[in-house]
Design a protein. Structure first.
Length: 566
């Protein structure tokens, strides 16, 4: 694919964002943006402490602005010692909203009573999440306000997001580690990164690159392997920088958090679908589609090797390999330099097989000679990508409903049409660009569905503490629909008749914590165990005994031993 085509697709992708805002009626000029109030002026919240178990939250809402009732969320933190909170809302107004459908909203004011079953300890923080819109068409993103509660003194102290973050850090001091521990974690990171190459999303991408080593010049292989390594390592470091920045801003995120966005999942599905069509020979764009070239046999394009490394990291994000979880959890509890170093080690580990193949004559000698089999194998590799597309569409459907699933299928159809039109001449190429932009637009503007299809409700730490404090053994499975390793463990081990029977015989509670959609409470729970990714498995023996952490890759023997069934 030539440079002109690459630039065209890149420009169209950038244009999709203003197109998205235009389609929603939110594309504001600099002049009319000034007409809208800052969010803190549009919605002013006050918290009054009635007694040690009762709070009153009063919102003052500017004229022609409103708040969604269903977007309110209240939590007392830290959840490990704070009681659960229940809310009683004042009467709201019915409204048909272009974003959420039929909803209840508040104009002018919202009066909410909060209560707890037990007294609130001094120093507890009340986190209030809300979202509102203006009648003129602007919707603000969800925001969270923080208040420190001091029932003993009868005081409520507002906190900024930065003050709250600093308070949380003071409650969870960064553990001191020795240089020997850092080197151990670096080794875990290298091993975990290397194992990522075996994951079903990454393997087809890696295989395409390996095909180039069959007939290419060995010296050129060395150069390409280092360009590929640079793409992998820099992508891991950039991803680490993004996570650290979001965490510094008060967001509870971890490895794979981007897959909690339906839009990102949709874009990834379109990318895989386009690549699969190219591998099948149904699109005349070659394997360098979208500038992500993957064959060394078609020239000496070093950029293609670099961006293949970038792509490998993107597609590896749903997976957490053995050793990798420990390394990630450690990295995100350390200073920035140490965290970036661990992520760089993960990237180097992922690139090591490619480096070894480029330098090892013995490894290359084991590979088959060039021939027609390469074309057949390349076409075969399209089918794992098609399967990945199906899985990603299923994830999007689980996150946001069947309407979104169907919309992304239409977007895939438009991608196929766009590639077919691009092979033509004249007006067809211009229509191809328009069709491609429409596919991206659909991905960023899926139909609104008010009810999620996730298999479980929101995670409540207070309810979880009550559950694990009881006499029964609790097996905890932190999972998500986008986590391939999680699904493999569940199908091969946890959901088998043998394990389910063992749970029943020993009266074990199998408790699933679903992180398919973004839930900061789950991220905070993982952070308590120095984990930032999933799968994550715990066994609570009962009667408030400390939990036992299990490996990320399960076997039946591991699970049975953990509950004392063997």
């Amino acid at each position: 694919m030539d440079q002109g085509i690459r630039k065209l697709f890149a420009v169209l992708l950038l244009l999709a964002l203003p197109l998205q805002s235009l389609a929603q009626g939110n594309f504001l000029t600099a002049s009319n943006q000034d007409e809208f109030l800052p969010v803190e002026d549009a919605y002013k919240v006050q918290v009054d402490l009635i007694d040690a178990q009762t709070l009153k939250v009063l919102w003052q809402i500017a004229p022609e602005y409103y708040l969604y009732q269903h977007q309110f969320a209240f939590a007392l933190k830290p959840e490990s010692r704070a009681p659960g909170v229940s809310a009683r809302y004042s009467a709201a107004i019915d409204k048909t909203d272009e974003y959420f459908g039929d909803v209840k909203v508040y104009y002018e004011f919202a009066d909410i009573d909060l209560s707890t079953a037990t007294p609130i300890p001094d120093g507890t923080v009340l986190a209030i999440t809300s979202q509102g819109c203006a009648d003129a068409g602007l919707c603000y993103p969800p925001r969270t306000d923080y208040f420190e509660l001091q029932p003993g003194a009868g005081q409520v102290l507002p906190l900024s997001a930065e003050q709250y973050r600093q308070a949380q850090q003071s409650l969870q001091p960064r553990p001191e580690v020795s240089s020997q521990s850092v080197w151990t974690i670096m080794l875990f990171a290298l091993l975990g990164g290397a194992i990522l190459n075996l994951m079903p999303c990454v393997f087809p991408i890696l295989s395409l690159k390996v095909l180039g080593f069959v007939s290419a010049d060995p010296k050129e292989n060395h150069v390409h392997s280092w360009y590929y390594t640079a793409g992998v390592v820099l992508s891991f470091v950039a991803f680490a920088g993004l996570i650290l920045t979001l965490k510094a801003a008060g967001q509870a995120v971890g490895w794979g958090f981007q897959l909690q966005s339906t839009e990102f999942v949709g874009l990834l599905a379109l990318l895989f679908f386009a690549m699969a069509l190219a591998l099948s020979g149904l699109a005349e764009l070659g394997t360098s589609f979208m500038g992500l070239g993957s064959s060394l046999t078609q020239g000496t394009n070093h950029k293609s090797s670099f961006f293949t490394g970038v792509l490998a990291v993107v597609v590896a994000s749903p997976c957490t390999a053995p050793f990798m979880g420990t390394a990630l959890g450690f990295a995100l509890t350390q200073n920035t330099a140490t965290a970036l170093l661990v992520f760089a080690a993960l990237g180097l580990g992922m690139a090591l097989p490619m480096i070894a193949l480029s330098y090892s004559t013995t490894l290359r000698r084991w590979m088959p000679k060039p021939g027609a089999w390469m074309v057949t194998f390349r076409q075969f590799l399209a089918f794992p990508l098609y399967m990945t597309v199906i899985w990603l569409l299923w994830v999007a459907g689980r996150q946001a409903g069947v309407d979104v699933f169907a919309t992304l299928l239409v977007a895939c159809l438009l991608i196929a049409l766009s590639l077919w039109l691009w092979s033509k001449t004249g007006w067809a190429k211009r229509l191809s660009a328009l069709t491609f932009a429409l596919a991206i637009l659909l991905t960023f503007n899926p139909p609104v569905q008010t009810e999620t299809q996730s298999s479980s409700g929101a995670f409540s730490r207070s309810e979880f503490n009550t559950l694990t404090a009881g006499p029964q053994t609790v097996f905890v499975d932190v999972t998500a629909d986008w986590c391939i390793t999680c699904i493999a463990n569940e199908k091969a081990v946890l959901e088998t008749a043998e394990i389910q029977q063992a749970f029943a015989e020993r009266n074990v509670i199998y408790h699933i914590i679903d992180w398919t959609n973004y839930d900061p409470a789950v991220a905070e729970f993982l952070a308590e165990f120095q984990r930032s990714g999933i799968p994550f498995y715990l066994v609570y023996p009962g009667n408030s005994q400390p939990p036992v952490i299990l490996p990320q890759i399960l076997t039946k023997e591991i699970v049975l031993n953990s509950i004392g069934a063997q």
